[in-house]
Design a binder for this molecule. Structure first.
Ligand SMILES: O=CC(=O)O
Length: 326
């Protein structure tokens, strides 16, 4: 029986925040995946004949999905900023617009990055382990000494909206200078605002006390942090990754941390995710790892859901999406 609603939309995850569902409900019939984690087979079954797709998880979005959907499909939005799990070429080939949800998560990710940076610089993880193993040795005057943020040089590998939101927060920490590498140079005004200087990658590596990876995963960035690049970094350097796990060669990072070639690291993203509980990275005292929590606040996720829904609604009627991915 027809619902009388203009469009059928598949929501590929049972836990999509309500705000987006409420928007879609107004003039769409919603078909929602119920399995958790979402089963591929259920997605492929329920997607048949839909007009729009709200892609709630991070499973591969590729030709198999598009073939299963069929010719009615008019628009898709992810509920993420990164779209590295999407076969963009395949969507483009079929003229299907894709939306995503950047910007709205900048502040949540930036807040978390500052937390991760302090945790890695001040040895939170190692300190916690010392308590748990009954090795509280504060009688040593040099016990668990970390790195100061004041007067430091902070290097951004990627300096878009998220990087700039991080720099804004760090400006309260009396840092000396911001260096950055990006494809395009920032405006003079922004460079002045952040006391930021665009440099070559090698200069970023050799001069930064803190390096923050805030770039998307692309063929150019995959594995760019590796034994060679760690060899160019300062021995007091703290490396933070809130981009994507594959930007770092994790084996090489393990070696660099194990041998104290660099001081410490903080990762919100790993390769793979989930990181297995027996991964050797987790044995390192000078590494803080958290399970991809960048955008994980109630408000941010709700706003991401709203934007993804707007993307799908606009895309289905041929209007420009709120946040088009291309
Ligand atoms: O990593 C999170 C996102 O891409 O939204």
């Amino acid at each position: 029986m027809s619902s009388g609603k203009a469009f059928k939309v598949l929501v590929t995850h049972p836990e999509v925040p309500q705000a987006g569902l409420d928007l879609l409900k107004q003039n769409c019939e919603i078909i929602q995946v119920q399995s958790l984690p979402p089963r591929r087979a259920e997605i492929l079954e329920k997607i048949k004949g839909v007009d729009g797709v709200f892609w709630g998880g991070h499973e591969p979005l590729n030709a198999e999905v598009l073939d299963a959907a069929g010719p009615n499909l008019k628009a898709i939005s992810t509920m993420s900023a990164g779209i590295d799990y999407v076969d963009v070429a395949e969507l483009k080939k079929r003229n299907i617009p894709l939306g995503h949800t950047p910007t709205v998560l900048n502040t949540a990710v930036a807040d978390l990055t500052v937390g991760l940076l302090i945790a890695a610089a001040r040895r939170f993880h190692e300190g916690r382990s010392k308590i748990e193993s009954n090795n509280w040795e504060s009688f040593h005057l040099n016990w668990l000494l970390g790195q100061d943020i004041r007067d430091s040089t902070v290097g951004f590998f990627g300096f878009g909206g998220i990087g700039q939101a991080i720099a804004k927060r760090l400006s309260g920490f009396d840092i000396e200078q911001v260096l950055y590498t990006t494809r395009r140079r920032l405006s003079k005004e922004l460079e002045t605002e952040f006391n930021a200087k665009k440099v070559e990658f090698d200069e970023l590596l050799s001069k930064s006390d803190f390096i923050i990876i805030a770039a998307p995963l692309t063929p150019e960035t995959q594995g760019i942090f590796n034994a060679t690049t760690f060899g160019k970094m300062k021995s007091n350097a703290v490396l933070i990754n809130i981009g994507r796990g594959k930007i770092i060669n994790q084996n090489d990072l393990y070696d660099a941390l194990k041998t104290n070639q660099i001081f410490s690291a903080g990762l919100d993203v790993t390769d793979p995710e989930p990181l297995p509980a027996n991964d050797k990275l987790l044995t390192l005292p000078n590494l803080v790892v958290i399970p991809h929590l960048g955008s994980a606040t109630t408000r941010t996720r709700s706003e991401m859901s709203t934007i993804a829904a707007h993307n799908v609604l606009r895309g289905m009627v041929g209007e420009p999406m709120f946040a088009p991915a291309y």
